[in-house]
Design a protein around this ligand. Sequence first.
Ligand code: SF4
Ligand code: SF4
Length: 294
Amino acid sequence: MGLLAGTATVTGLGIKKSLFANPAEDTGTMVKVVTADGEVKEVDSSMVAHPSEEKLSQFNPRTAVPGKKFVMVIDLARCANARKCIEGCQSMHGMLAPVEYIKVKRMQDSDLGAPYWFPTMCYQCDNPPCTKVCPVDATFKRQDGIVGVDSDRCIGCKFCMAACPYSARSFNFGRPEQVAFSEAHHADKDKCCATKSGTEGTVSKCDFCPESSAKGVLPSCVSDCPNGTIFFGDELEDAVTNGEETFRLTELLKKRAGYRQFEELGTKPRVYYLPPVERQFPFEEATEAHNTQE
Ligand code: SF4
Ligand code: SF4
C-alpha cells in the first residue's frame, strides 16, 4: 500500500525504529513514509516494519468453500426477541456488548397492525455496495456468497459503513475491556473462530461464521435460537435447516412469500425473511436490558 510509488504509510506498515537508528544497519534503499503529523519523509527501508508473512497466512478469509452458495432464511413468525442469537454470535466472534453483529429491532408496519421482532445482520449481498468503496481491497465478495473483511488489511476508513444501506457494519474502537476479551478469546483455540473480529481500528460484521460453515456446522445464531427462527443452508442444494427442521429453500420461499429487505436497491441480499403471519409467540415489549443498542 503506498501513497505514491515507493511510498509506505505508517498506518499500513509502521516505523519500527527511531529515525536516528545506527547507520550501519541501513540498507541504502530509501522509501517514503507518512508520519503521524501527515508529513512525507524519506527513510531507509530498514526502518519500516512489514507485516509478517506468517501472520497474514494463518487464515485466508478470501478462500471460499467450493461448490457452496450459503443462504439464510429468517422466520419472523418465530422470533420472540430471546436474544440468544446475539449472545451466541458475540461468544463466537469474541465481541462484547454493546457491539452486536445481529440486531433485533421492533417493527410495526401500520398503526393498526401488531408489532413484531425483526433480526437484522449483514445480508452478504450479491451486489454489495460496501466492497466497491473499499480503497485497499480489505472487504470482498467470495464465490460461496460470503462477504468477508480482512482485518489485517483494513485501515478503518469506514467507507464501507457509509455505503451499506443496512447499517450492518461495526467499528472496533479498541475499548480496553474489548481488547482483553478478544485476546483471551483468540487464545482459546477450541472456542475461537479464526475471523479476527475485535482488532482495534478496523471494521467488522456478521460473516456467516465461515470456519463453521466450511465444516458443515451451523452458525451459532442458528443453533442457539430456542425457537428455530433462523435457517441456514446452501442455495445450490436448495435446502435450509435450523438444526431441527429442513426445508427446500425454493418451496419455503414460495409457500411463505419470502422476501428480501429493500429489494428495490438491487443489492441482492442472501438473507430472506418469511412474513410474521400466524405468530407462534405473543409479542412482548423489550425491557431495557433486552433492547438492541443502536
Ligand atoms: S448488508 Fe451491508 S455490509 Fe453486508 S454485504 Fe450488504 S452492503 Fe455489504
Ligand atoms: S473500513 Fe476497512 S473494510 Fe471498510 S472500506 Fe475502509 S479499509 Fe475497507
